[in-house]
Design a binder for this molecule. Structure first.
Ligand code: 5AD
Ligand code: SF4
Length: 448
């Protein structure tokens, strides 16, 4: 079969990273092999994210560059295709098709299993737009991953019914859908067979998982039974679905890593209500204290939005206070950006941009200081690190501690994919560096 080059650029969340991998897997049997740059690609896909402002503009600016590449290659007699996938495609597919006539395909996240047909159509000269939500699940049709990774993502749930008033996900990803547990467990076994030691169960609202009789706690317990899986994580959770059973597995299942991303968005009850989060700051703090009782060393992370409509200085200070009380290991924080079609976009009390900037700066100064402190506290300690990426320089590997910190280590490539004891030597805001403690003898014993 003729070899073709596939370029995918991925924006946004882990869900999109997973989806891009799946698109590459679906297209592999058609002869498409991934490349890192668009310049001589036969198919260029932008896998987009719509969660914050200017997403569409960023897509159009990237599309301009791809158009130049397409024009140049068309002059050489080639026919490269340009596609826009992901949540911007889902939300603004029509606009893209109208404004960018050189785009060959636009398709939403629920249609990736149909990609081979769409590519055939596009290669035949048709312009393809597919932004429906088909009733059947895309998960039933996706092929097995072609290559293994020591740290694998496994999508178990999609969509969201929570309708936070700032968020486009319920509109772009549709309503909540959980994959059947048998299917998830089968995929987890396959990933383990391909060398995955760590599995991250993914979903927009992953702790709302309900597949058959299984909730997320059952699913984690089942994945923990699979030989070879030494680490389990899950992302992203909503405080309202953080029930006692799920908190209990943080105590009972050693493979479940001591890290939890639990977005709170704001520390003010008034703003939480306007955001339709359906919990108070005190309820969130109560969940945090229960989790810490179950697993004392748990590292916590959150998303925050500053400058939601109606947010006063006092509301912002409530957010600062909540962050101080929790003490996070790492966080994401954003200025509120109105998304068309969401209730927040038409609320009164829009906060001026300069005020949002000031609040974001103040919050980030606190969160970055917390993150640095958290990392510094691990200096001098020895921790098991899973090497899941190659470093920029030869002879350097990158890995993760149980607490999700990135660690740079000078290490032989032989250790890629292994969990190895590393002594943390230096701590930075964004990561750590360390030295291997496990001796070669201990390692060969381990693999014996
Ligand atoms: N404005 C700013 N941040 C947003 N997020 C989602 N929607 C918006 C928006 N309209 C943030 C939330 C969410 C994260 C994935 O992105 O904090 O948890
Ligand atoms: Fe968006 Fe809220 Fe659903 Fe998260 S829970 S995806 S923020 S609507």
């Amino acid at each position: 079969m003729e070899k073709k080059k596939l370029y995918i650029k991925t924006w946004g969340c882990q869900m999109n990273v997973y989806d891009s991998q799946k698109m590459a897997d679906v297209l592999f049997p058609l002869g498409y092999a991934p490349v890192d740059a668009p310049d001589d690609a036969d198919l260029m896909i932008l896998n987009t994210c719509h969660i914050r402002e200017k997403a569409t503009e960023k897509v159009f600016s990237d599309l301009g560059r791809l158009r130049d590449i397409k024009d140049a290659r068309t002059e050489e007699g080639k026919k490269p295709l340009i596609a826009v996938a992901g949540c911007v495609a889902q939300a603004e597919g029509d606009v893209i098709m109208k404004r960018a006539k050189f785009v060959d395909m636009v398709f939403g996240p629920q249609t990736y299993h149909l990609l081979p047909e769409m590519v055939l159509q596009a290669n035949g000269g048709e312009r393809v737009i597919n932004t429906d939500f088909p009733v059947e699940s895309k998960f039933d049709h996706l092929p097995e991953a072609a290559v293994g990774s020591p740290s694998a993502f496994l999508s178990v749930q999609e969509g969201c019914d929570k309708f936070c008033t700032f968020c486009v996900v319920p509109y772009t990803r549709g309503s909540e859908f959980s994959r059947p547990p048998e299917q998830v467990i089968e995929e987890a076994k396959r990933l383990a067979g391909q060398g995955a030691k760590e599995i991250t169960l993914l979903g927009q609202n992953v702790n709302a998982y309900h597949g058959g009789d299984y909730d997320l706690a059952d699913l984690i317990a089942a994945v923990a039974e699979i030989g070879g899986i030494e680490r389990i994580r899950y992302m992203t959770s909503h405080p309202r679905d953080m029930n006692d059973r799920l908190i209990g597995v943080h105590r009972d299942i050693p493979q479940l890593m001591p890290f939890l991303h639990l977005p709170v968005q704001s520390g003010s009850d008034r703003i939480l209500e306007r955001m339709n989060r359906k919990h108070t700051a005190a309820e969130y703090l109560d969940i945090i204290s229960k989790i810490r009782k179950a697993r004392a060393d748990i590292a916590l992370s959150s998303d925050f939005i500053v400058g939601f409509p109606g947010e006063t200085d006092a509301d912002h200070q409530a957010t600062m206070e909540l962050a101080r009380q929790v003490g996070y290991a790492s966080c994401y924080s954003f200025k509120y950006s109105p998304r068309p079609g969401t209730p927040g976009a038409v609320m009164d009390g829009m906060v001026p941009d300069a005020v949002k900037d000031g609040r974001l700066q103040e919050l980030q100064a606190l969160l970055f200081a917390q993150q640095t402190r958290f990392n510094e506290n691990t200096a001098g300690k020895t921790m098991p690190v899973l090497f899941d990426r190659k470093g920029q320089k030869p002879g350097q590997l990158l890995g993760k501690t149980p607490y999700m910190q990135s660690v740079y280590v000078d290490a032989s490539e032989r250790l890629f994919g292994e969990i190895v004891d590393v002594e943390i030597v230096r701590a930075f805001q964004n990561g750590l560096s360390g030295e291997i403690v496990t001796t070669e003898a201990a390692l060969s014993q381990k693999s014996a």
